[in-house]
Write a protein that binds this ligand. Structure first.
Ligand code: NI
Length: 393
């Protein structure tokens, strides 16, 4: 038998302390050196946990149970964002221009709490838990892929990840079978025309007109070139021309944008069409262009078996009203999909919205705040998953 609920409650003050320290000392993606030291320092105090450091930042804690059984991976991301914090909290970022604005400080504190609690249950565990403190979730290509390539997680049979969400009330958990997050790619295009006088455009090759046609033509990839069931989202977000007087046609225009997909095949097609359309429009007008298409994060798909385990885990600790089974995927992205290259995985959300405390502000906003009361539910979900997967009689 376990006493997880009391164990977590007894460790909450410590978790809040860790969270506040991490919040005050945020580090950017791939630069989480002090954060990693902090995590290792806490894990070292847990006598049953072995520490692996297969990547430059981030680490893995390994807790082997007394009995044989499956290996599961529980993942937290640890990096912060290049944002100037504008909250009113007294543990504001001390690293100017860097902020934990996506709750990864909360994720880290929650997973450290889970490790702390489980350390006391090694003799009851039928299998192994790997606590994955992953760097660089915020910056493609992301930190997950290096951990996957390192081999340190090759024996994991199921991966579980989670995110604190400011748009769901504290105390709720959301799950979804199948597709959870879209894939995310980007394109960068330089159109090379020929500048000239605005009054005699026939002697120039105007990249501004070409750019306008190109941006609109990209939308026909969505509406006419790809399967409407799996329509991609194409957003041209950067349009840059030379800073010049209004009567000069510039030589070049630079475009950049973001592409989201929910289907792997359509994702490939979209990439090819972007290149084809860009080159075709330029060709038509006698211009040339350079297209750079970068594949970013894969979709996050929640596999049936671990999804079922997480749903059962939620039902074991929450009443029905607090469990949200989502119908639609979220058109955002996450590098958690990388772990699926090794084994089936699932991702769940736990709520942190509290209007009074203003913890209902969207992530990546300078006024974003995490609700500490949500930590209990995040930790309990992970522990309930462990109970479901490694502590069955
Ligand atoms: Ni995040």
């Amino acid at each position: 038998m376990n006493n997880f609920s009391n164990d977590v409650k007894n460790n909450l003050e410590q978790a809040y302390g860790w969270f506040r320290h991490l919040h005050q000392n945020p580090e950017l993606s791939f630069q989480e050196h002090e954060t990693t030291k902090f995590i290792i320092d806490k894990l070292k105090k847990l006598e049953n946990i072995e520490i692996l450091t297969p990547t430059e930042t981030g680490c893995i804690g390994v807790l082997k149970g007394k009995l044989d059984g499956p290996v599961i991976g529980l993942r937290a991301d640890i990096d912060a964002l290049p944002i100037f914090e504008e909250t009113d909290i007294d543990y504001k970022s001390l690293n100017n221009g860097v902020m934990h604005a996506c709750g990864h400080d909360a994720h880290t504190s929650v997973l450290l709490t889970v490790a702390t609690v489980l350390n006391g249950y090694a003799d009851q565990l039928q299998g192994t838990v790997k606590f994955i403190f992953q760097p660089a979730e915020e910056l493609p290509p992301g930190g997950a892929i290096d951990l996957v390539k390192s081999g340190a997680l090759d024996d994991v049979q199921y991966f579980f990840g989670a995110h604190l969400m400011p748009n769901m009330p504290t105390g709720t958990v959301a799950l979804k079978p199948g597709l959870m997050f879209y894939s995310s790619d980007k394109f960068e295009i330089t159109i090379q025309g020929k500048g000239g006088h605005a009054a005699i455009p026939n002697l120039a090759v105007d990249p501004v007109i070409i750019q306008a046609e190109m941006i609109l033509a990209f939308q026909t990839i969505v509406s006419r070139k790809t399967n409407p069931i799996y329509s991609p989202t194409i957003s041209t977000t950067v349009v840059k021309t030379a800073e010049g007087p209004a009567n000069v046609i510039p030589d070049t225009v630079r475009l950049a944008g973001s592409v989201r997909n929910l289907n792997a095949e359509v994702r490939q097609e979209t990439a090819e069409w972007i290149k084809k359309v860009a080159n075709g429009v330029c060709d038509l007008h006698g211009a040339t262009c350079k297209v750079r298409y970068t594949f970013g994060y894969d979709t996050v798909i929640n596999d049936d078996i671990p999804y079922g385990m997480s749903l059962k885990a939620a039902q074991n600790i929450l009443n029905e009203k607090a469990i949200i089974v989502m119908k639609d995927p979220i058109p955002a992205s996450e590098d958690f999909g990388s772990y699926r290259k090794i084994a089936p995985s699932t991702y769940f959300l736990y709520g942190g919205a509290n209007e009074e405390k203003q913890t209902n502000i969207t992530p990546h906003h300078p006024k974003y705040k995490a609700d500490e009361e949500s930590f209990y539910y995040g930790a309990m979900m992970f522990l309930s998953i462990v109970e479901e997967t490694l502590m069955k009689k």
